[in-house]
Design a protein around this ligand. Structure first.
Ligand code: NDP
Length: 338
């Protein structure tokens, strides 16, 4: 299949790109600059331009950003849209988070409808943030599934960058489903909804200072963030990036994945389990970790449950364990220049 993958320089997209190429697909991926294209090209020295090529899209917040990138010869059959800001280092929530997420999503859908009628399936990276009801906290007794939508309002979105980010994902995904309903395009849509994603950071990084937001959580433990006190577990579920990548590719390939959301999570995890895993596998970080006897960071007893059965039944995801995920994440930090 000929695929357009947006945001090819990102943490998750790097794994999607690898999975697509390994499955034999041809990919054009969008990046913001030629430098970023070169860095990706270097990872695949033996692939010709027919299997891996690039398009420059410098800012997805522009509504016409994808008008040219969706046009290709031979034409695209599928689009995977991952490019969206995920960081909390923002000065203007609307401009830095909401606009690129929402305009990027509606912009690419209109561009496909107008300029790429050959596209049959669009897969969008949404987020658990689009499902989560923050006001319910750990919501004991609730089971999260694809039926859940974050009730965040446009006013709340502007309150702080955390709300801003989850609202950016919620409004973008809503806009995508509204587009399907109102515009009745030729293609079908699937959305992928992961919680905090950990796993090997194999994207091109100048230094660990540029590490993607979710892996910074693991990096912080190796840098001593829990040495004196283990923070309470506020994000009690996780998923491995390789499973997230697999889910995107399966959602693109499988007919029955059309017009569905997919909650992709391996299950519960606690800060304590993450720290214990690092301690068990990496003696070199022992000085940065709390002693085994320090209490705290456990999985709260009263916590929401998860229903990930659709991702298993339809996409065939086989979830990696927390141990494998954390070991491979920490191992990957060692390959990045300090
Ligand atoms: P990264 O920060 O590594 O990737 C984000 C990608 O989006 C990068 O390629 C980035 O380009 C691109 N991008 C951001 N803003 C713009 C813009 N204005 N114009 C053009 N490109 C832009 O993060 P992840 O890989 O983690 O995130 C990928 C997707 O997954 C996002 O949609 C995110 O919301 C979603 N997600 C991530 C989760 C996680 O825990 N990691 C959890 C749930 C969802 P550049 O590198 O050039 O800045």
């Amino acid at each position: 299949t000929k695929v357009l993958l947006t945001g090819g320089s990102g943490f998750i997209a790097t794994h999607i790109l690898r999975a697509l190429l390994e499955a034999g697909h041809s990919v054009v991926t969008t990046v913001r600059s030629n430098d970023k294209a070169e860095n990706i090209r270097k990872a695949y020295p033996n692939l010709g331009a027919d299997r891996l090529d690039f398009a420059i899209v410098s800012d997805v917040a522009r509504l016409d950003a994808f008008d040219d990138a969706v046009v290709s010869n031979p034409p695209f059959e599928a689009v995977i849209h991952t490019a969206s800001p995920f960081h909390f280092n923002v000065t203007d929530i609307k401009k830095d988070l909401l606009d690129p997420a929402i305009n990027g999503t509606t912009g690419i859908l209109y561009a496909i409808k107008r300029n790429a009628p050959s596209v049959k399936r669009v897969v969008i990276t949404s987020s658990f943030g689009s499902m989560m009801n923050v006001s319910q906290g750990l919501w004991p007794g609730h089971t999260y599934s694809e039926a859940d939508w974050n009730p965040v309002t446009p006013e709340q979105a502007l309150e702080n960058p955390g709300f801003g980010y989850s609202a950016s994902k919620t409004f973008a995904e809503r806009a995508a489903w509204d587009f399907i309903e109102n515009e009745a395009p030729e293609f079908t849509l699937s959305t992928i909804l992961p919680p905090l994603v950990f796993g090997p950071a194999v994207q091109s990084l100048k230094s660990l200072n540029d590490l993607n937001t979710s892996n910074q959580f693991i990096l912080s433990f190796t840098a001593g963030a829990a040495k004196d006190a283990i923070p309470p577990t506020k994000n009690p579920i996780f998923v491995d990036v390789r499973d997230v990548a697999f889910a995107h590719v399966a959602a693109m390939e499988k007919q029955e994945a059309g017009n569905k959301r997919f909650f992709v999570t391996a299950g519960h995890c606690s800060n304590r389990q993450i720290i214990d895993t690092i301690r068990k596998n990496f003696t070199e970080y022992h000085d940065m970790l709390p002693s085994e006897s320090l209490e705290g960071g456990e999985l709260p007893e009263a916590v929401y449950q998860i229903d990930n059965s659709r991702s298993i039944d339809i996409l065939g995801v086989k979830y990696a364990t927390l141990e494998k995920c954390i070991v491979d994440t920490v191992q990957s930090f060692k390959s990045v220049a300090q």
